[in-house]
Write a protein that binds this ligand. Structure first.
Ligand SMILES: *[C@@H]1O[C@H](CO)[C@@H](O)[C@H](O)[C@H]1NC(C)=O
Length: 744
């Protein structure tokens, strides 16, 4: 902060001294032509492209950018997370709606309703829907009424949360509170769970109409009335209320604009039979006067507008300039830089109208009077703790956590910082303030055997990013080595002990019959088969793949080479002191005359060969079917690979009662911050570099999740699960003789 305020003073000083060119940060949703159009004529603005709106915020917070557009939920996020840093200089409204709020969500009840929210118990619940299609309502907004009425965010003391998602617990509570209703749309981002919940809690779908699948309303809307669109869910929810409010309590939770439309144009004669239910539990009857007002008598949620936000050092200057660029707050005509700037800063709606603030205000000062997001409080499922291994990763985690909190995604996320993957695995195992992390599939075996963890989700990759493990022998040795049996007693190179390549060899060795399937001590299996080699980490306790093994794996360190003479604790280390560590090291190890075979991931093999001074035609793959590849070289068929699997998975404790809840959380993160998220409420890209730093929380190669199922439709995921078949049999076999890896 000391540094920031120093910059602040300098920047103001420079700002007065010279004509200013403002750096406008734009996310990818802004077309290139608009960005380029900022530079026309004597422009005062220059376009800066960013990978997301959140990256724009980060650039602004370090004075690398000056201005950007932010959505309503993003504005709320800054009010919450950086409450008095940025400055709101204007709001972006709609020419047809200049009200102070972008929407208001209200509860409409029959006029005789008594007893506040508790009075809704046993009644009918009419909701506009839980689809991504309604882009403006976050889950938090959608669930506000049910939280107030049924306390769906709280657990009864005896609620069993084991093996359940937050959705299941919420819906269960809701279904007990309301007797009937229609709450159409997506309840869970897992298709299977969604269908299951709608089946088990069908009372919450009972008023959607015939054959609706609970995906939408199919009720008879009667004849249409000019000015009212019967296809709009909010209008349908009001019709659901009207037709279901005779003898039971009933409520429709809808946007105020549609209440006005419904009761002034469509059913004016019935307006006086209904009222809005306020957060204090009192009702205000509808009448011609309050229906004529664009602001509701009382709302359960009021939403701020999108904003134009500037860094503190330039905010006043920006605001003064804006008044000259866009004198009446609308888009200037012509293809001028001012017009392009308007487009770049108003979120792409053609009917945008900018309303200037009187002076620059903190985001919290703008949002405070409109919508306040409560701080975290006790939730049904306790927060799940994400393990991170660097300061940058921790920062990304914090933003994901805050954005999820603003949107109301459950269970809540917390973030913890550790120094490396093994500390994380250890803390997850011990439930020591860490619950889950995305893990390189290279560590899949160690996570399972040594740490007792299991997959919640596998990470999907684009084809080029999957892990591909192959075995290579030297072309010069062909004749003496042409199958796996002939590798017995030879010396082998592995990128890392217990890693993917190491274990792919075990699996292939069992398949081709050179390793016994009765041997569950994999360290012994490998160490007795080869006479030596280099498998970095083989003597380190963090890599002990036979947890109860008495085998001395140091034989697998016999040919390692080091940058300098290693200290005793550096022998066989799995860091850069060991010249043969990793895929690059495994190639160097093979180039060493002493060694005979290398098992490694073939991504990046060309550059690794070059570094080791090997030609591609000096090596040949030994395939999974126990035969040499037809020709020398590094172009290896998928069928020849020893493993072709995903490059990462999300792990947690194998039998954790909250495993299902973490699965549900990841599905929501994908739905709201992943590549398939349409119309993001908060533009944070969870699988992309963050603030230009790669591989934080997830590798950049991740494109989504898939279930850890042996019948997964994603081939590398299916292969990955198969890779652990033998391990699972060893670990979970009823026969005591082979169950050597079972850990409490
Ligand atoms: C924000 O609000 C506080 C409290 O009302 C006020 O003291 C402060 O001057 C405001 N500042 C800005 C920049 O909005």
């Amino acid at each position: 902060m000391v540094k920031a305020s120093y910059l602040f003073i300098v920047a103001i000083y420079l700002g007065l001294a010279s004509a200013q060119t403002f750096r406008v940060c734009v996310p990818p949703s802004v077309p290139k032509s608009v960005c380029e159009g900022l530079a026309k004529d004597n422009s005062n603005a220059v376009c800066q492209e960013a990978t997301s709106s959140l990256e724009c915020a980060l650039k602004m917070s370090t004075f690398q950018s000056d201005i950007s557009y932010f959505s309503p939920e993003e504005t709320i996020l800054f009010g919450f997370h950086q409450p008095n840093w940025f400055r709101v200089v204007a709001t972006v409204r709609d020419t047809a709606k200049l009200d102070p709020y972008s929407f208001e969500a209200v509860a409409v009840v029959p006029v005789g309703h008594t007893d506040g929210f508790e009075g809704l118990r046993g009644g009918v619940y009419c909701h506009p829907g839980f689809d991504q299609a309604d882009v403006k309502w976050s889950p938090r907004v959608r669930k506000t009424l049910e939280n107030l009425a049924a306390r769906t965010d709280h657990c009864e003391v005896n609620t069993d949360t084991t093996g359940k998602t937050s959705e299941e617990i919420e819906i269960d509570t809701l279904s007990q509170f309301f007797s009937a209703g229609c709450r159409p749309g997506t309840w869970s981002y897992s298709d299977a769970e969604d269908a299951d919940l709608k089946n088990r809690y069908s009372n919450l779908c009972s008023r959607c109409g015939p054959n609706s699948d609970c995906s939408r309303y199919t009720i008879d809307m009667g004849s249409s009335v000019s000015g009212v669109n019967n296809d709009i869910r909010h209008i349908q929810a009001l019709e659901c209320l009207r037709t279901n409010s005779q003898n039971t309590p009933a409520v429709a939770y809808v946007a105020w604009d549609y209440v006005r439309e419904y009761f002034t144009l469509r059913n004016p004669q019935q307006a006086s039979s209904f009222a809005v239910l306020c957060s204090n539990g009192l009702t205000v009857p509808l009448n011609a006067t309050n229906l004529a007002d664009s602001i509701s008598p009382c709302a359960l949620v009021r939403q701020p507008w999108a904003t134009i936000i500037a860094s503190p050092n330039v905010a006043s200057n920006v605001l003064n300039n804006m008044r000259t660029w866009w004198p009446n707050g609308s888009k200037p005509s012509g293809d001028t830089w001012q017009a392009n700037l308007f487009t770049a800063l108003t979120g792409g709606t053609s009917s945008a109208q900018v309303v200037f603030e009187n002076f620059p205000v903190f985001p919290i000062n703008y949002t405070r009077g409109i919508r306040v997001i409560p701080e975290r409080r006790e939730t049904c499922i306790t927060p799940r703790n994400w393990c991170t291994t660097s300061a940058d990763e921790l920062v990304k985690c914090f933003w994901v956590r805050q954005a999820s909190h603003i949107l109301g995604l459950q269970p809540p996320i917390t973030c913890v910082r550790k120094n490396n993957v093994f500390e994380c695995l250890n803390d997850i195992r011990n439930s020591n303030a860490a619950d889950f992390m995305s893990l390189d599939s290279n560590y899949g075996y160690l996570a399972r055997v040594l740490y007792g963890l299991g997959p919640v989700k596998l990470v999907q990759n684009a084809a080029a990013d999957t892990a591909k493990i192959a075995a290579f022998v030297k072309e010069s040795a062909i004749g003496t080595i042409s199958n796996f049996e002939q590798l017995r007693g030879k010396k082998a190179c592995f990128p890392e002990f217990g890693g993917l390549a190491n274990m792919a060899f075990v699996r292939t060795g069992q398949e081709v019959g050179v390793l016994s399937t009765a041997q569950c001590d994999y360290a012994r299996a490998i160490g007795e088969f080869f006479s030596g080699g280099c498998a970095p980490g083989a003597t380190d306790s963090s890599h002990a793949i036979g947890a109860n093994s008495t085998f001395d794996a140091s034989v697998l360190c016999s040919t390692c080479k080091y940058t300098t003479t290693p200290a005793s604790n550096q022998v066989c280390s799995f860091d850069d002191i060991n010249l043969y560590v990793g895929n690059k090291g495994a190639v160097a190890c093979l180039a060493d005359a002493e060694n005979d075979v290398a098992f490694l991931d073939i991504r990046d093999i060309s550059s690794n060969l070059a570094a080791a001074g090997l030609q591609a035609n000096q090596i040949r793959a030994l395939c999974r079917n126990n035969q040499l590849a037809a020709t020398a070289g590094i172009n290896v068929d998928n069928s020849c690979l020893l493993a072709h699997v995903v490059d990462a998975e999300v792990v947690t404790r194998r039998s954790d009662p909250m495993l299902t809840a973490v699965r549900g959380l990841l599905e929501k993160l994908d739905a709201f911050f992943g590549y398939t998220a349409a119309n993001q409420l908060i533009n944070l890209e969870i699988f992309s570099p963050f603030n230009t730093k790669s591989d934080l929380l997830f590798k950049d190669s991740a494109i989504g999740f898939t279930d850890p199922s042996p019948v997964s439709a994603h081939e590398p995921a299916k292969n990955y699960m198969e890779l652990f078949d033998h391990l699972d049999k060893c670990t979970y076999s009823a026969s005591g003789a082979t169950a050597v890896h079972q850990r409490a």
